[in-house]
Design a protein around this ligand. Sequence first.
Ligand code: ADP
Length: 416
Amino acid sequence: MLAAALLLAAAVAAGYGLGAIAILLIVGAIVTFLGQGSAMPILAPSPVRLPPSADRLPTATAASVPAERAALGVDALGDPALIVGGDFWVIAANAAARTLFGDRVVADDLRLVLRHPAVLDAVRVAAAAAAPVEREVTGLGTTNGAYRVRVATLGPDGGGERLLVTFVDITQARLTERMRVDFIANASHELRTPVTTLLGFIETLQGPAADDEPARHRFLEIMHREAARMSRLIDDLLSLSRIELDKHVRPQTALDVAPLIADVGRTLAMRLEADDRRLAIRVADGLPPVVADRDQVLQVLHNLVSNALKYGRSGTAITVDAEPVDAAGVAMVRVTVGDRGDGIAPEHLPRLTERFYRIDTSRSRSMGGTGLGLAIVKHIVERHRGAFDIVSVPGEGSHVSFTLPLASTEVTVKRV
Ligand code: ADP
């Protein structure tokens, strides 16, 4: 092929009788041959289309992996992906990688555009060993961005020279894992406190206070209170895990909300009376039935009225309003529990539905709180595709509301 090119160039030059032109044409033929590969027709006008960035690539890299061809490969991948030379030169990047690292990631040195030591080290090790390397890294894209980075050599001719670097986003998975670990730690801590108290009193009753009748009486009361707290906590933990299990199963029963509110009023009657409180229930006339899980709606109402009792002022009324509302074009029933009491400072509002988040932990504990009440409410309301909202004025009180979808908007509902 090279010989034919030389002959052709010499013949053309000789035809014009110009020695200098012959030399130029021969040099040009050699350059063309080396640059475009033996498959290209020599001296024929070649319509090779290079990507806009190709002119900035070092000759060797551009020649061994045409950027256009490499880009076609990575473009098929949904996760961010780069093709990198062993010299750290970025040959191609797909759309996801350009979004993550910026457009200038292509045709630049990876060490300059992505200054993450763990990623660069993975590329270095994979290139040296000509073997795949996988690392989990944080701080890519955003401070909390966590990615599983995989560097693979591309084909036998790569020999560690050309590498495919893919980035799988594991930020959410890491966050969920972190929340699970925190949750177990918090739950264990919450359970350990009453257990430690119980053990302490049991030891005291077995030893120094064995014959002290008044102390025994007092200690047993405390032990009963602590055991009840543990029992409530275990109930709430079990509730949460049951709700989580069912969270993708939509409730199917049509039911009226008014009797449920009255039911909760009866359950909490003694506590209301003990604190000189009263439940003021106002249900809109002809309130349509909702589609909901009866026990779960009872639990939501119970938790919200209990909170109004715990954090509202003694002697004040607790209001419960139920009315139809239009929620962004969808007809729903909204239930609002209002109290007059402490209220909640705005900075706490976004975190109140986190498990074990409490404004004043010792106050919550002394009132028998587990710190899980609003987390349970939030999960139940989400399962019902409803909305949860808190409006509160510190020092005045709070209005906590949730919405439930109407039974009439659901196609398959069972009437109870
Ligand atoms: P707890 O068992 O501690 O009451 P919740 O999840 O029900 O747990 O509530 C979380 C926190 O939100 C409470 O500890 C309390 O600080 C605050 N809170 C909830 N409801 C009210 C309310 N009606 N008024 C003032 N603060 C409230």
